[in-house]
Design a protein around this ligand. Structure first.
Ligand code: ATP
Length: 389
């Protein structure tokens, strides 16, 4: 058993920076967990504390049930894979992979056997006699992973291992990492700032911001039920649209029109402290060209008409941008969110991003009727960003 438990783990640096705040996390034996969030959110520091490369300021870290706060990195029996491959240039692939086993003073026959096994899993057998300089980026990263797996450690910790690779190779290597983790069944904690990697790789995703955990859950759950504005804006590409909304006369007044309030939302708003000013969130993929919506679905949605700004054909679908005048959400929370995520949530006028079917005959400059699914909308409290739906 090699579960990893963080119990109110915090990290303050001597200059007063609080990089990680009271993080609680239970990672099960064999689980693949992704730490994701914008630059500076504390994900690398969290990983480094698990590795023992950074001291823990307060809280407790347990690996396989044992408190390891004060244990040296080499005694924790975990292997780290970094963004920079950190291979020895003068050693062959075989020697690089054998290095940790030689340090552990294993006999030559055992070392050869373990390296051969790892090379097979990572499809490196034909490259064992090459030097790192004669390998591609993806191959080098596979060697770095090979060096981590030969030791059969209790856990793997990976810090942005794919971010030095070009986009195509990154996609290929994602499947390598995913397959490897399943095959070995070793507890893995993986840090990335890339939400696509987070959504495709892990069993569970931990979303961090400002040193604190925002939400933990399987990728689909984070997508379907984001806990707050931050998670909603961070997960999904293109990002969720946010619009200001006011509850008036049992309807939701927005720049797209007055929306009927579904039962679920109405119940939530009837609770005592429910705000009257809200932020409406709609994902681009939950819109459709009104012409293409079948009758059965039509009743579950809402239609509006807006001028078409830009049409981007993606082959499988179309990204269509509409101009919405005024009424964009611009709470302090959204401004901060924009700074964190790089997503422009708009000022007085801004684009509404929609993803419509490729068959939509939409053209730039026209007014187009668009439908969206009311069951899929989210409503956020602008005061604290909490998702009320
Ligand atoms: P990135 O994706 O940019 O690596 P991150 O989420 O991994 O970001 P960390 O590297 O964990 O973030 O840093 C978290 C915070 O701690 C940042 O504000 C960073 O500036 C700060 N920090 C990191 N190391 C130190 C240090 N040695 N002294 C002071 N502050 C530090």
């Amino acid at each position: 058993m090699a579960d990893i438990v963080l119990d109110k783990v915090s990290k303050s640096f001597p200059d007063g920076t609080v990089a990680v705040r009271e993080v609680d996390l239970e990672i099960a034996d064999g689980e693949f967990v992704i730490l994701v969030g914008p630059s500076g959110c504390g994900k690398s520091t969290t990983l480094n504390m698990i590795a023992g490369l950074e001291d823990i300021s307060s809280g407790e870290l347990r690996i396989a049930g044992e408190r390891v706060n004060d244990k040296a990195p080499r005694d924790r029996d975990i292997a780290m894979v970094f963004q920079s491959y950190a291979l020895y240039p003068n050693m062959t692939v075989r020697e690089n992979m054998a290095f940790p086993l030689r340090l552990a003073k294993l006999d030559k026959a055992t070392i050869d056997q373990k390296v051969d096994e790892a090379a097979k899993v990572l499809e490196l057998t034909a490259l064992l006699d090459r030097k790192p300089a004669n390998l591609s980026g993806g191959q080098r990263q596979r060697v770095a992973m090979g060096r981590a797996i030969v030791r059969s450690p209790k856990a793997f910790l990976m810090d942005e291992p794919l971010s030095n690779l070009d986009a195509k190779l990154r996609v290929q290597m994602r499947t390598v990492v995913s397959r490897l983790q399943k095959q070995l069944g070793t507890t893995t904690v993986y840090v990335t700032h890339d939400q696509t990697e987070a959504m495709t790789l892990g069993d569970r995703v931990v979303i961090m911001r400002g040193g604190a955990v925002q939400q933990v859950g399987p990728p689909q759950e984070l997508y379907d039920h984001p806990a707050n504005l931050f998670v909603a804006g961070f997960i999904g590409s293109p990002s969720m649209n946010f619009l200001r909304a006011t509850v008036a006369e049992g309807k939701l007044r927005t720049a797209l029109g007055d929306l009927p309030l579904g039962d679920r939302v109405r119940r939530e708003l009837e609770s005592e402290n429910a705000p009257r000013e809200l932020i409406l969130g709609i994902r681009p993929e939950h819109f459709e060209d009104a012409e293409l919506v079948d009758e059965a679905a039509r009743g579950r949605g809402y239609e509006f008409e807006l001028p078409v700004d830009i049409v981007e054909s993606m082959g499988s679908d179309k990204y269509v941008y509409f101009t919405v005048e005024g009424e964009r959400a611009s709470s302090a929370e959204l401004e901060e969110l924009a700074a964190d995520t790089g997503v422009d949530f708009g000022g007085d006028a801004a684009n509404l991003v929609t993803r419509l079917s490729a068959e939509s005959p939409v053209t730039e400059g026209e007014h187009r009727r668009v439908w969206f699914n009311l069951d899929k909308i989210h409503l956020f409290d602008p005061a604290d960003g909490r998702n009320l739906t």
